[in-house]
Design a protein around this ligand. Structure first.
Ligand SMILES: [Zn+2]
Length: 336
């Protein structure tokens, strides 16, 4: 779809990434600055490298001022700039034996890190603090999940869960899956790690700037079982996360390429499953939609109707698939 059309669409906040749109910030704002209120810009890429000068992370040399130039100029123009941070999707630390995430058979997914490492939460906090000090008005945390329900069996996780559950240290995934009470412990324990990570990042960021939005993204994927899988596969509890930050972005169908037409039963089922956003609004909190992929007119129409039906104001759109999407998708669907 025409990027220009997408950028000036009333409801859409486009997520800019130099890998997709390598336009200098001044050119971009001179073309679109008067048509937009907000923009999102990738600050930390799936490679683990940053698009700004970081004291903590490695930088992507080619684009080392991309985020910073968009954020500072946007700030001068009165445009809200959201920084997108790939949280547990980090290929740099994913290769590191200390942080890698593995299943019970020892298979590692090197594009992601274990979500259960306090040192790494702290690292993400430092990155988040940097971007808000460089004029970001909000931080969008993507890749904020476990790979799927079979993760994580790194040494650290194995030891901790074996103590919680009473299972022997060499337990495997079937021992968890086949025992309903242990399965429940597994689901709740993994959920608590994602929530603790978000809590840690939020506290740290608000200690330096209280006026910024922290927006955790959660996966809602129809083909892997909808809202039940958000918790059971990915370890994300939307209401718990929104209680921590006051904000939430629901990433619609990250692993399934199609959206249901608005006149179908499937669409009604989708609305029903997402009706929990009412509880978010009742508390005075905010919810948005997040979407990635080379979006078509038809998909935009469906997302726009969905946001209207749910009373959601904004849709963040990353207008392509991330570089390692094929590998990410296979891993998250458990077909790798
Ligand atoms: Zn782990």
């Amino acid at each position: 779809m025409d990027l220009r059309r997408l950028i000036i669409e009333r409801k859409v906040i486009v997520v800019l990434d130099p890998a997709v749109l390598n336009t200098p910030a001044d050119d971009f704002y001179s073309r679109f600055g008067s048509s937009i209120e907000s923009i999102a810009v990738v600050a930390k890429a799936p490679s683990g490298r940053t698009y700004y000068n970081s004291e903590n992370a490695r930088q992507e040399k080619e684009y080392s001022d991309y985020f910073e130039s968009y954020a500072s100029l946007g700030d001068q123009l009165g445009i809200n700039v959201y920084a997108v941070i790939n949280a547990f999707s980090d290929e740099w630390f994913g290769q590191d034996p200390m942080y890698k995430t593995i299943d019970s058979e020892g298979n590692a997914i090197h594009t992601h890190v274990c979500p259960n490492r306090k040192e790494y939460w702290h690292y993400l906090s430092e990155i988040s603090k940097e971007v808000v000090m460089k004029h970001a008005q909000g931080v969008i945390l993507t890749g904020l999940s476990y790979i799927n329900s079979r993760y994580c069996f790194c040494e650290h996780c194995r030891k901790e869960f074996s103590e919680i559950s009473g299972l022997p240290a060499d337990f495997n995934f079937d021992d968890v899956k086949n025992n309903p009470s242990i399965w429940e412990q597994w689901v709740n324990w993994r959920k608590s790690k994602i929530s603790e990570a978000v809590n840690h990042i939020t506290d740290e960021v608000w200690s330096v700037r209280k006026d910024v939005y922290i927006i955790p993204t959660v996966y809602y994927d129809m083909e892997v079982g909808g809202i039940k899988s958000t918790l059971e596969l990915f370890g994300q509890d939307p209401l718990e996360l929104v209680n921590l930050t006051g904000n939430l972005a629901i990433h619609i169908n990250p692993w399934s390429p199609l959206l249901p037409d608005t006149d179908t039963q499937e669409y009604q089922d989708l609305l029903q499953e997402l009706s929990f956003v009412k509880d978010i609004f009742v508390k005075g909190y905010s919810a948005t939609i997040f979407y990635w992929g080379p979006i078509s007119e038809q998909e935009l129409t469906i997302l726009s109707k969905l946001s209207d039906d749910l009373n959601i104001q904004n849709i963040f759109v990353y207008p392509n698939y991330p570089a390692s999407y094929a590998r990410w998708r296979e891993a998250h669907l458990g077909i790798a």
